[in-house]
Design a protein around this ligand. Structure first.
Ligand code: GBH
Length: 507
């Protein structure tokens, strides 16, 4: 048994849930909203998404936001992390025309949250770029730095009196390496070795400009805080061999360090290992210069220090070995890591990229401290996928959350790491990008067959509510867990054998 002090969250620790505009809002062309790259892709190439699903209606939060607020209130969360739809606020992407209905929608949401004591945390960009900006080349075009800064200004002016925690971008690695690396997320650009790095550069510059704009023109009055949400993936060396260990470490720098090193390290700029590897590969491939553009002193200085805390999303880990099977110049090839499932004993989800490895979640916090020093950390996303077949009986999500939070508490209590918040992804089932509505991450079940999109709480929602009200890991649910589900128990055994330590899950 774990002692109570170890299962209790510190005073002031905040719990929340997250969503994103395109994944929940619907109302894709209502009341002045402009077209974004997800509207365009799902309408013009419907086969890119499983079952030809799209976000035209999604959870219909554009009309049902009051229900969302009730659910948040019922869960008892301290904060709600949602994102603004750029094209709902600026229909063409440009700041010459503001859509009053877009402003009104977010005012209603924000005021409703505040009236119930729920803190709004706003993401400025969660992947739904206005289509007219894509026509300019999207994030590959550095002109977007100015247009993003204009948009940020509109957000600060309209909502900054009430939104005190801002995230400029959600997961720049996904935007750069996946959306532009040929994986198929909108805009589904295929430029895996060149465009990806241009995108990364534009995002870093846009983030820095928005941060400085806030410091110069809004901070003294609004007193809020900003960060960028960076995606962490737990690369675990497959063996203890120096090659495997080195490649896993290099991959962490290539994925997380790509965006975190310029912002959080003392020297700024991209990680050295990344600059060196891309320069070397580029030369071998006959490029006259590195495919990773030089940031230069002006930007290195401007980007360094532009976050008030670390905001990290993380879901899973995989085993890493050297040498991916690619020859085309690409981020994967530059990074030099191949991911493998071989020999994993970790509990699997129904989703191809998602496994449970709580220990690696804990290791992440220690890695962040070693790398960037003692900083405040907020977990801005973490969650578990299922296909809906278990409806409300989502025991696996409870197990996952429980084990991850146990590790988070160890990082707080034993390692004294300053983690101040945890965001469960997601409030409710929603449009899961290329998987459409076939993959569910919600604490609330959403019936997408029903035009009114009813939402009903799952067991995991009850678990989270209990946890938040007591501010400690609930015991009650553990017992229920062991007793009720044989399949579940089998998976727990796997999990324990992998981690090689006894836990109270084995009863
Ligand atoms: C988060 O990304 C997102 O921020 C959130 O919007 C999303 O709902 C949540 O994950 C759950 O997926 O299908 O081949 O494109 C986490 C990182 C990046 C992991 C995209 C899954 C999909 C691979 N994710 N990746 S693919």
């Amino acid at each position: 048994m774990v002692g109570t002090e170890k299962t209790t969250f510190p005073t002031g620790f905040k719990f929340g849930v997250g969503t994103a505009s395109y994944q929940i809002e619907g109302g894709w062309n209502e009341e002045g909203k402009g077209e974004n790259i997800w509207d365009r892709m799902t309408h013009s190439k419907p086969d890119t998404v499983e079952k030809r699903h799209n976000g035209d209606v999604a959870c219909d939060s554009y009309h049902k936001y009051k229900d969302d607020i009730k659910m948040l209130e019922d869960l008892g969360v301290d904060f709600y992390r949602f994102s603004f739809s750029w094209s709902r606020i600026l229909p063409t992407g440009f700041a010459n025309k503001i859509n009053p209905d877009g402003i009104r929608y977010y005012n209603n949401l924000i005021d409703g949250l505040i009236a119930r004591g729920i803190e709004p945390m706003g993401t400025m960009f969660h992947w739904d770029l206005p289509q007219p900006l894509q026509e300019l080349g999207g994030w590959q075009n550095e002109a977007l730095v100015d247009y993003f800064t204009d948009y940020a200004k509109v957000l600060f002016e309209n909502f900054g009196d009430r939104v005190k925690t801002w995230f400029t971008f959600n997961e720049p690695w996904v935007i750069a390496a996946l959306s532009h690396g040929g994986v198929g997320l909108a805009p589904a650009t295929h430029s895996p070795g060149v465009g990806v790095y241009l995108v990364g550069q534009t995002i870093l510059k846009s983030h820095a400009r928005a941060y400085h704009l806030y410091q110069e023109s809004f901070k003294s009055k609004q007193e809020g805080r900003l960060s960028m949400v960076i995606h962490w993936f737990g690369y675990v060396p497959k063996t203890d061999s120096p090659e495997d260990v080195a490649v896993a470490e290099k991959a962490k720098q290539f994925k997380f360090g790509w965006f975190a090193h310029p912002i959080f390290s003392a020297e700024g700029d991209y990680p050295k290992v990344m600059k060196d590897a891309i320069a070397k590969k580029s030369a071998e491939q006959g490029f006259p210069r590195s495919r990773l553009p030089v940031l230069g002193k002006y930007w290195v200085d401007l980007i360094r220090g532009t976050a008030d805390f670390i905001a990290v999303n993380t879901y899973t880990s995989l085993l890493a070995v050297p040498n991916p099977d690619t020859t085309e110049p690409s981020w994967v090839n530059d990074c030099g890591v191949k991911l493998t499932n071989d020999g994993l004993g970790w509990p699997e989800s129904v989703c191809f990229w998602h496994k449970e490895n709580a220990v690696e979640f804990g290791n992440m916090f220690r890695w962040l401290r070693n790398e960037y020093g003692d900083r405040e950390i907020i977990v801005t996303e973490n969650g578990w996928p299922e296909d809906g077949s278990s409806k409300h009986e989502d025991w696996e999500r409870i197990r996952y959350t429980h084990r991850y939070l146990e590790e988070l508490l160890t990082a707080i209590h034993r390692d004294k790491i300053n983690i101040t918040g945890y965001t469960h992804w997601s409030l409710m089932d929603n449009f899961e990008w290329l998987q459409g509505y076939t993959m569910r991450f919600g604490l609330y079940y959403v019936d997408f067959e029903d035009p009114s999109r009813p939402r009903t709480i799952k067991k995991s929602g009850e678990y989270y509510r209990e946890l938040i009200s007591k501010r400690r890991l609930p015991e009650k649910f553990n017992e229920e867990l062991f007793a009720s589900d044989k399949k579940f128990a089998k998976r727990i055994n796997l999990c324990v054998s992998t981690h090689g330590k006894e836990t109270f899950f084995l009863s």
